[in-house]
Write a protein that binds this ligand. Sequence first.
Ligand SMILES: C[S@@+](CC[C@H](N)C(=O)[O-])C[C@H]1O[C@@H](n2cnc3c(N)ncnc32)[C@H](O)[C@@H]1O
Length: 356
Amino acid sequence: MDRGFLGTLPLADERDDDSYLDFVEGVRTFTLTKISPVVKERTPSAIAEYEARAGHKASTIEDARAALDPVPVIATRNRFMRSSQEMMWRRIAETYHRREAELLAELDRYDRLGPGTVEWDPTFVYPDYYAKVEFHIQPGNYHADPLAGYIYHYGTKIFYTGRNNQDDVQREWVNLAPVPADGIVRRVMDQACSAGQSTTALKERFPEAEVWGIDIAAPMVRYAHKRAVDMGLDVHFAQRAAEDTKFPDNYFDLVYSRILFHELPPDIAEQVVHETYRILRPGGLFIVIDFANRTPGLTSPADDYFRDFDTHHNGEPYASLFVYSDFTGLLRRAGFRNVIENYTPQMYQPMRVCEK
Ligand SMILES: C[S@@+](CC[C@H](N)C(=O)[O-])C[C@H]1O[C@@H](n2cnc3c(N)ncnc32)[C@H](O)[C@@H]1O
């Protein structure tokens, strides 16, 4: 049944689902706040014990796996991270699919409502690099389940352990973004907008601007539009690949991109950077929030092991490739100038800012 909203998030179908999902959120919170610090403390001695046993220095990620996988507290942390993720998606999908007919009719109805617009194409062919993956192990990925937008949005509540019920995370990042030197912000793109949480935050920050949210997945832009309509915000959503946006040259003053690039294979990441350069006007800014890059060989095997967890266990096949790539170099080679690698050093992820 329709039980109303938490912020802009439709509540679960039944209280029973809420309490199950609250338990899952608790498992994740406990893992991050209580188990992970113990893991951090235990890691150096586990590596040293492995080196003594093996008779050589731990120098590769395989060494780190042999050293760390069997340690009970680390195995528990890894199991809890993976299982809480599986439990979360399973129950969220169950709760919304119980209302599937009603929610699909809702999306159909909202497709034609304003303010704002949505465009999507039922014949769109998803590229293999995307369609063959279930990112974050979400069953059906962002695109193959028509209710994926609802499901992903609830997932962000649990992922951020209750700290994102009012799009708090997206709003915080959007409010930190700089504007072009001439102060002109007439057109803004949210690149890979998912449920549109950054897009609506951008519209709130730049109410006079024409704001677009694009995403490759139809269920995401449809849900994002529904959410924006409910919020009374005039935003345009469109199903577009970030590497082929169909916008004219020099169209946008600001392209904002949060946590897309680590989900792209390197060749597509390069195409997206060039396409973004094309659609920005001279002086326009490209703002990218994503993982920091690391230099291969300059990290410890234990760091690599934890960094690689998402690639190994959480459906993020390209995340480690992104982390060990020279993304800043790629931005510069594409023509961007004044590239700042870490515009917001106080934050837990770098914000890269570059100018066309
Ligand atoms: C982690 S989510 C982005 C979160 C969102 N930017 C926010 O701030 O809440 C990644 C999104 O990228 C989209 N995506 C992946 N590859 C894409 C591509 N080539 N073009 C456009 N969107 C893409 C996915 O469909 C997904 O919705």
